[in-house]
Design a protein around this ligand. Structure first.
Ligand code: UN1
Length: 500
């Protein structure tokens, strides 16, 4: 079989792999088996300094490359990602555990992002607008910021990196990327394609450092923007440390996403969607559904369908095409999930199925958790409030749309929500009232497309968005430009006469 990854992974700085800096190897673990796949060289501050030096130098030239030309590199990279889609997908499943079909979807998300942002090279629109004085021209343009730092999670090791890196690059910045410690092989694969696509050396650099050393990146005076996706706890530290330095920090954090099922819903469709968005990726998506707010009239009927559906979900290695639920990322995740299940039981929620790690022979060594369903969960229970990031779903009965909306909104997060109903009035009421950055109608809580902004309200983020053209706002500075061609001093707001 074709080798999908190297034995040893080194940081990629200035277009080459660097092995002369202090550091140490850490194993990369296959969550389906617990076996080591490869080793990755973890550096410390030196590797970040080296990357900053390269990035700063490269960005000085890159910002002068016309944006349509910068976009050419992204077109090439998109084509290479497409060429290697199957290989990358297999690698993604090996390293992250998600079922191969989902891995293909994630790689496709990266391909889409490459072509979408390449197209932005010929847009990057600003505005021209009338000036209030005669013989004066006004416009706004986007300017690159400089060296930007990206810190990304293991659950979407390539898609989320592309949501951030590609807008940054087309805008003329240089990137330093710290991927999650669990998924360096995808980062290594992307680095190799960046080199093959011919990007100027130093505009895209990858460093492998611990979370603690990533703070050095956050506080590095030459890194002007930090774009982070991950836990609320880490996001808060980044916001605090970056905020002190008045640094631009874009945060994308947790979710506690709900599907609302009204009594007039198509229950078969709702069941299928819930199974997909709650148990797909083993619940390890920020957008995963972890609460179902179901009308009491159809609660039993939905529970029955969900139970039948859960029994038919095949759990196992993601490389098996029939598997719907892969392993979770590591032992720590397995323990955290199980801890929440115990809390749920203490809180009086009724366990319908699952609720334990899978220990049968076929699961030996891997980190598998049984798809779990609780019902009659109090809306304020911890399992209905806190992000579990695993295949654990809570059913909460509701009696009206108003109550569902209230419960949906009464959590600290605001990423994604969904409603199943056939009533157009309820649909529009929900679209208006659900306090989440993403709302789905008659679809589950996952499945965001890359040309729309991704992010959420409240503790999910800090007002920025990934992907969509909105991501450009994270990586550009707006510059307002006034050209006065009157040949005389004209004072705005003063030398203007209007008839009141
Ligand atoms: C995430 O949940 O961490 O919308 C990212 C989705 C995917 C991306 C999810 N396109 O489910």
């Amino acid at each position: 079989m074709e080798r999908l990854y190297p034995d040893k992974v080194y940081p990629m700085i200035d277009g080459t792999f660097v092995d002369d800096l202090p550091g140490a190897f850490k194993p990369v673990i296959n969550p389906a088996t617990g076996e080591a796949l490869a080793e990755v060289w973890f550096g410390q501050e030196e590797v970040i300094d080296r990357a900053v030096e390269a990035a700063e130098r490269a960005q000085k030239a890159f910002k002068r490359v016309p944006a349509p030309k910068r976009a050419e590199y992204l077109y090439r990279l998109g084509a290479l990602l497409r060429r290697d889609k199957e290989k990358l997908s297999r690698l993604l499943t090996l390293e992250n555990g998600k079922p191969i079909d989902e891995a293909r979807g994630e790689v496709q998300e990266g391909i889409d992002m490459a072509f979408y942002m390449a197209g932005e090279g010929r847009r990057l629109f600003g505005q021209t607008t009338p000036a209030e004085l005669p013989d004066k021209f006004a416009m706004s343009v986007r300017a690159p910021i400089g060296v930007v730092g990206l810190i990304t999670p293991w659950n979407f090791p390539i898609a989320i990196a592309t949501w951030k890196a590609f807008p940054a690059l087309v805008s003329g910045n240089a990137v330093i990327w710290k991927p999650a410690s669990e998924t360096p092989l995808m980062a290594d694969a992307l680095s190799r394609l960046v080199i093959e696509a011919g990007f100027p050396q130093g505009v895209f650099n990858v460093v492998y450092v611990s979370g603690g050393d990533a703070i050095y990146m956050v506080e590095h005076p030459k890194i002007k923007v930090i774009s982070f996706t991950g836990s609320t706890e880490v996001g808060r530290t980044i916001a605090e440390r970056g905020g002190r330095l008045i640094k631009r920090v874009s945060l994308e954090m947790g979710g506690k996403n709900a599907v609302i099922v009204m009594e007039d819903a198509d229950l078969d469709l709702a069941t299928e969607a819930i199974l997909w968005c709650a148990y797909g990726t083993s619940g390890q998506r920020c957008t995963a559904c972890s609460r179902v707010l179901v009308h009491v009239e159809v609660k039993e009927a939905l529970e029955k369908r969900l139970l039948d559906g859960i029994r038919s979900l095949k759990v196992g290695s993601g490389l098996d095409e029939a598997v719907r639920v892969g392993p979770v990322i590591n032992r720590g995740a397995l323990e955290k999930i199980h801890h929440y299940v115990e809390i749920g039981q203490q809180e009086g929620a009724r366990l319908l199925i699952g609720g334990h790690p899978l220990v049968e022979a076929e699961y030996t060594g891997g980190y598998y958790y049984a798809p779990t369903l609780f019902t009659d969960v109090p809306a304020n229970a911890r399992i209905a409030q806190e992000e579990i990031f695993g295949p654990v779903l809570s059913i909460i009965p509701i009696r009206s749309l108003e109550e569902a909306i209230e419960i949906n909104n009464d959590v600290m997060y605001g990423l994604s929500s969904s409603i199943f109903t056939r009533d157009v009035n309820r649909v529009f009421r929900a679209m208006q009232e659900l306090d989440t950055g993403i709302v789905y109608v008659n679809a589950g809580t996952t499945g965001a497309e890359i040309h729309l902004p991704f992010g959420g309200s409240k503790m999910t983020g800090n007002g920025h968005r990934d992907s969509g053209i909105q991501a450009l706002d994270v990586f550009t500075e707006w510059k307002s430009i006034y050209v006065d061609y009157s040949g005389k001093l004209q004072r705005a707001q003063i030398d203007v006469s209007y008839d009141e």
